[in-house]
Write a protein that binds this ligand. Structure first.
Ligand SMILES: NC(=O)N[C@@H](CC(=O)O)C(=O)O
Ligand SMILES: [Zn+2]
Ligand SMILES: [Zn+2]
Length: 346
């Protein structure tokens, strides 16, 4: 007899949709399962002003499959020149759901990010006042800091000082990859949340490097040691309201991944829900899947949970899904968890 699991329709609290041909190809992969997603603003050039966010939202809406009720939740890319009044207006109007902080140079398309955190103090204060959350890519970029330590160092040197300087600011530490990140989020009883990706629940750094380099497992923050992956799995499956799904599904063409200088990002939109069901089942926590994918995120963002539901069915046969999706820019490889998947979205 086949087993089924019904949850409130999930949301994705960290998603890269890109633009143009790539947007048109990847958007249906998310819209199929997710009700809403926080849309990352790291386009080239980035989405900095409210006018740019409105235009990007309209391009996303125009690219949605017929009949889809998926809703993009827009963000602004924080720069040292961001106008606090523009942020407040955009948030008050409901045009944006958050502002995104990229330390300059930390990741894909982050060159316009923040170098001097004192220069964004005014924006952060204004955000705290109106309750606009700050999404954070939590890595320092100092050349002398080892890439595997950059998240932990960021928490001490940047994130904690920011939160102390602006106590009312609501912050999401995104795509947590370390036990340090998990512990830091747990240290606050309100105003701090953390997203966890699908792939960081599956891979550790050995998956990237042992037996040949695996460009499709390379993302930022880079996957860490096994002990950190286990801490992420424990947090995600615990039901703790501070942790929720942000897939960080980040499409790059195979040509750009399989290169002498390959791009960072894993594309997980297609099979995320199947992978997560399996992870939660392995952790004997299927009853917590809905909290992680569908309840904790809306609660943090002060939004209602979705009205509709999503049902997964477990079959005896591994499910079929494409190894790649076709885009106008070239093929994009779908994240391979390294094991067959049995839970399929009905
Ligand atoms: N996660 C990644 O490895 N890449 C993201 C950027 C990001 O979220 O840091 C991208 O835009 O490709
Ligand atoms: Zn990031
Ligand atoms: Zn991302």
């Amino acid at each position: 007899m086949s087993q089924t699991l019904t949850v409130r329709r999930p949301d994705d609290w960290h998603l890269h949709l890109r633009d143009g041909a790539m947007l048109r190809a990847v958007l249906p992969e998310s819209a199929r399962h997710f009700g809403r997603a926080i849309i990352m603003p790291n386009l080239v050039p980035p989405v900095v002003t409210s006018d740019e966010a409105r235009a990007y939202r309209d391009r996303i809406m125009a690219a949605l499959p017929e009949g889809s009720d998926f809703r993009p939740l827009m963000t602004l890319y924080l720069t040292e020149d961001t106008d606090p009044a523009d942020v407040v207006r955009a948030h008050t109007e409901g045009l944006i759901s958050a502002v995104k902080l990229y330390p300059a140079g930390a990741t894909t398309n982050s060159a316009s990010g923040v170098r001097d955190f004192d220069r964004v103090r005014g924006v952060l204060d204004a955000m705290a006042e109106v309750g606009c959350p700050l999404c954070v890519h939590g890595e320092v970029t100092d050349a002398d800091i080892d890439i595997f330590d950059r998240e932990a160092v960021f928490i001490d040197r940047v994130l904690d000082p920011i939160r102390r300087a602006t106590p009312g600011l609501r912050v999401i530490l995104e795509h947590i990859t370390t036990r340090d990140g998990i512990e830091y989020v747990k240290s606050a009883d309100h105003g701090l949340g953390g997203t966890i990706t699908t792939h960081h629940l599956i891979i550790n750094r050995n998956h990237i490097l042992v037996g040949g380099i695996k460009p499709h497992y390379y993302c930022l923050p880079v996957a860490k040691r096994e002990e950190h992956r286990l801490a992420l799995r424990a947090a995600a499956t615990s039901g703790d309201a501070r942790f929720f799904l942000g897939t960080d599904s980040a499409p790059h063409t195979d040509a750009n991944k399989q290169s002498g200088c390959g791009c960072a990002g894993c594309f997980t939109a297609t099979n995320t829900m199947s992978i997560l069901a399996q992870v939660f089942e392995e952790e004997n926590a299927l009853d917590q899947l809905e909290a992680f994918t569908s309840r904790n995120g809306p609660d943090f963002y002060r939004l209602p949970v979705n009205d509709s539901t999503l049902t997964l069915t477990k079959s005896d046969q591994p499910m079929d899904y494409p190894a790649q999706i076709v885009t106008g820019d070239g093929p994009v490889t779908v994240f391979d968890p390294g094991f067959p998947l049995y839970w399929q979205v009905s």
